[in-house]
Design a protein around this ligand. Structure first.
Ligand code: BGC
Length: 852
């Protein structure tokens, strides 16, 4: 065999030492050379983040990394900091294809810095309802918006030779019992709503990999459905790429291989290796079937080599000034101005301002779970406001918004006075005298997920000790809390203060594998140093039983604490402050604790006391600007009282600066809602069918997802899909439809910035069938174009749509798409509700079609 590695450095790539493979990497030749055992080994990961190498044939291992809003690299524990982009719904709110492509470019550069060849993203599941724990990760409730942005995101990644992995294929639209639940979906809804984003993304960008969903679809796990993985993906759509399982989402040996699942992740394998070799030897799996899966893995390795990222590359920080500027631009462009009566926004930065609220002084920069990462930096709204304010900035907390107590690690110092705390790992419990630490690290993140932790000599049962000094700035009562996957005890000055070892209560921590947070209160004195120690035992030291969750390896430890506040007194102090300032801004919302993998939200409400705080502050100062940070809709019972409401999502590294840019007017907001915001939970289409019940969830709303439902049922939302205001005004006029010979329809209109500020408007194209042969949604988004325009200027906007696709529904009896002859209204507007320019287009003949 020809050598596959070359030790000579290549120019232009920073950490390049050797090529991943050489030009003679020949997939077919390798398939002939590989032994059965080697083939089986190739079809599963080596560890959490790498494929298996075959050194004998110089087949290297490639690195995969989460995705979707940044690259965490290979460690949950003590990871190298990264760029964190705004969350999926925030990116969805930009309605901006070019921006999505540039996001792909940044992610590709970050991937190279982290030595990764494959990005595990974008997430393009659909927010059927507002409660999904991972709703924030996906772009939109609308399949066209979602698929289009995903296509441009993947294109951006792949233009820089990093492989994209749209996920999770398909109908992983809730977290409750995510591995076990069966999504019961009609073929029509599957095609029109849930598969369509994948179909569009594949058409636009041919991503190199796809990740299967954890759940079942109509009874069978997606990772075992040949109809999805072979017939649709590879057959009908002609896609050539690698299908990997979600982490621990492979459930069989032969069935999964036969269904087309190429790679089991993570490793070491549970289902392949010896079991797969045995299945081939006993003719349960044919060698040709095995070879097909091997071919996909080898092709992925070959494609990965184009990135120039060598095998097992070190992880580095990029953090270039231009990336910081770009992150700020994306975050600001994602912000949606929901309401702005009396033009109370933008604020004046030379006037005193009162900053209030639970989200003001914390950087709520990303959602929870595998999408979370350690950002290079994260700017709080308070810091953002302060950086631009030229007059006094006063603050009142008003309420806390946390679910678990804020991470204590951020305010600790080590015994030798460095910021953070020390973590030592051991093979022996703390009762063993003179035990030797395997490793010592200093961290400030006290939500420690040891899931992928490894160190030489680590045994299967192991322990850790954390140690830090807490010196409170104020005297008073302090709450401390301890959540664990494993067992843990928290000591203050060597006195056992909280024990989470016996009688553990199952909770949402650590993707639903950990306990609830056990809490205790103590009076502390300002300026006095308290020694905080934690003794932790890994997952295997716990007897807690957890049904329906993934066994995520070693476990984790989370400890938090903060000064206790009495809600009534805190609200009163905020009300008092608000009544003394003409400019008040209140930051509230959710966080990665409320919106995270492994758990859906129980309701749509803001954290306890927040609504009361907002309502009372608005009474005291009706001009108060309310900024909400959440990835999915929240109820806003005070909405009619507020003059200005801003939806700021989870904005990534530059969250605080981006919000300040918008509220002070340096950036004119242009975001549009990629999701409908209902008035109350009961209004949403999935109200009756959300959690797993009897092992299944019925997608009873069928194709009437999001605005398709609210419009059909005439349920008035709080804010409709596509809505978003600006500091200027726009008018659309002069609609022209120009049918082309190739089914293309060019939709032209004029956009006029009639206000006095530069801004950007999103022209939204909806198609409404006039007399469809079957019941169909009132109208559906079929195109969009973002138009930046200087004040007073007018420009022509042209959007092209494929008329056959834009008029098609899935005809179940035929098993094909159908564009039925007849008339269709083309509605051009700036939101799904409001004024439209309208024209009618005629489809002359009925067309059935299949494919991409
Ligand atoms: C998530 C995936 C993620 C994987 C690796 C799983 O729990 O569902 O989206 O890519 O973990 O972190």
């Amino acid at each position: 065999m020809a050598p596959f590695m070359d030790d000579s450095p290549l120019p232009g790539v920073k950490s390049m030492q050797k090529k991943l493979i050489d030009d003679e990497f020949d997939t077919e030749l390798l398939i002939k050379e590989l032994t059965l055992e080697e083939k089986s080994s190739l079809l599963a990961g080596k560890d959490f983040w790498h494929t298996t190498a075959v050194p004998r044939l110089r087949i290297p291992s490639v690195r995969l990394s989460d995705g979707p809003n940044g690259l965490r690299g290979t460690k949950f524990y003590g990871s190298t900091p990264s760029a964190c982009l705004p969350c999926g719904t925030a990116i969805g709110a930009t309605f901006d294809k070019d921006l999505a492509q540039r996001i792909g470019h940044l992610l590709a550069d970050e991937a190279k810095a982290k030595g990764a060849h494959v990005v595990l993203g974008p997430t393009i599941n659909i927010q059927r309802g507002p409660l999904g724990g991972r709703g924030f990760e996906s772009f939109s409730e609308d399949p066209l918006l979602s698929g289009t942005l995903a296509g441009f995101y993947c294109k951006g990644l792949q233009e820089r030779d990093i492989i994209a992995t749209p996920k999770h294929f398909v109908c992983n639209d809730q977290e409750h019992e995510r591995m076990a639940v069966s999504s019961i979906v009609t073929k029509r809804a599957l095609r029109e709503i849930y598969l369509l984003p994948f179909q569009i993304a594949i058409k636009l960008s041919s991503p190199g990999a796809i990740m299967t969903a954890y759940n079942r679809l109509n009874g069978t796990h997606c990772a075992e459905r040949a109809d999805l993985l072979q017939d649709i993906l590879r057959g009908e759509w002609g896609w050539k790429g690698l299908v990997m399982s979600d982490w621990f989402g492979t459930y069989s040996t032969s069935e999964a291989v036969q269904a087309g699942l190429d790679l089991e992740m993570p490793g070491p394998t549970r289902w392949r290796g010896k079991a797969l070799t045995h299945a081939v030897q006993s003719n349960k799996v044919r060698m040709s079937e095995l070879d097909e899966r091997v071919r996909a893995v080898l092709d992925l390795i070959k494609a990965a080599s184009a990135s120039g990222v060598p095998e097992d590359a070190p992880e580095e920080e990029l953090n270039r000034p231009e990336d910081q500027a770009f992150l700020r631009e994306v975050a600001a462009k994602s912000i949606v101005l929901l309401k702005n009566n009396d033009d109370v926004l933008p604020l004046k930065n030379d006037k005193r301002i009162a900053v209030i609220g639970p989200n003001a002084k914390i950087a709520t920069y990303c959602g929870g779970g595998s999408a979370s990462l350690n950002a290079y930096r994260a700017v709080t709204p308070f810091e953002g406001i302060t950086a631009q304010a030229k007059a006094d900035v006063d603050f009142a907390q008003g309420a806390y918004g946390h679910q678990m107590l804020p991470q204590l690690g951020k305010v600790l110092r080590t015994v030798d006075n460095q910021p953070g705390f020390t973590v030592r790992t051991y093979n022996e419990p703390s009762t063993v005298k003179d035990r030797k630490a395997l490793e010592t690290k200093v961290l400030n993140d006290s939500n420690i997920f040891f899931v992928d932790y490894d160190v030489p000599g680590l045994q299967s049962v192991w322990y850790a000790e954390s140690e830090g000094i807490f010196t409170p700035e104020e005297s008073g009562d302090y709450d401390f809390g301890l959540a664990v996957c494993g067992t843990a005890e928290l000591f203050i000055d060597d006195n056992l203060f909280i024990s989470n070892v016996k009688n553990q209560r199952s909770g949402t921590s650590f993707l639903g594998t950990g306990t609830v947070e056990e809490k205790a209160r103590i009076h502390l004195k300002a300026g006095q140093s308290y020694h905080i120690t934690l003794q932790w035992g890994c997952n295997k030291t716990s007897t807690l039983k957890r049904a329906g969750t993934v066994d995520f390896g070693h476990g984790g430890l989370r400890f938090g604490g903060c000064k206790h506040i009495e809600p009534e007194a805190a609200i009163e102090a905020a009300v008092k402050l608000a009544s003394t300032t003409s400019q008040t801004i209140l930051f509230a919302g959710l966080s990665g604790e409320w919106e995270s993998e492994g758990e859906d939200r129980p309701n749509m409400d803001l954290p306890p006391h927040t609504d009361d705080l907002i309502s009372r502050v608005l009474d005291a100062n009706p001009n108060t600007i309310v900024v909400v940070q959440s990835g999915t809709p929240v109820t806003m019972p005070w909405a009619s009282k507020a003059k200005a409401i801003v939806q700021a999502w989870y904005g990534g590294n530059e969250t605080g600066h981006a919000i300040a840019d918008v509220v002070y007017g340096a950036v004119n907001p242009s975001g549009k809602l990629p999701l409908t915001f209902p008035k109350k939970l009961k209004d949403n289409p999935t109200y009756l069918n959300y959690r797993s019940e009897g092992g299944r969830v019925l997608y009873g709303e069928d194709v009437y997802v999001g605005y398709r439902y609210y419009e059909e049922m005439e349920v008035e939302p709080l804010f409709p899909f596509g809505h978003g205001l600006s500091y200027t005004t726009f008018e659309l006029s002069d609609l022209e439809l120009k049918p082309q010979s190739n089914n293309e329809l060019v939709i032209k209109c004029s956009v006029h910035n009639t206000g006095s500020n530069d801004g950007a408007e999103t022209v939204q194209i909806y198609v409404a069938p006039i007399s469809p042969p079957i019941r169909r949604p009132v109208k559906e988004l079929k195109g969009f174009t973002k138009v930046p325009l200087a004040a007073g200027k007018k420009a022509a906007a042209a959007t092209s749509i494929d008329l056959v696709r834009a008029t098609s529904y899935w005809e179940e009896k035929e098993g094909r798409w159908c564009s039925a002859a007849g008339e269709y209204k083309v509605m051009v507007g700036t939101s799904s509700e409001g004024k439209f320019l309208e024209a009618v287009v005629k489809v002359q003949k009925t067309t059935f079609w299949n494919g991409l």
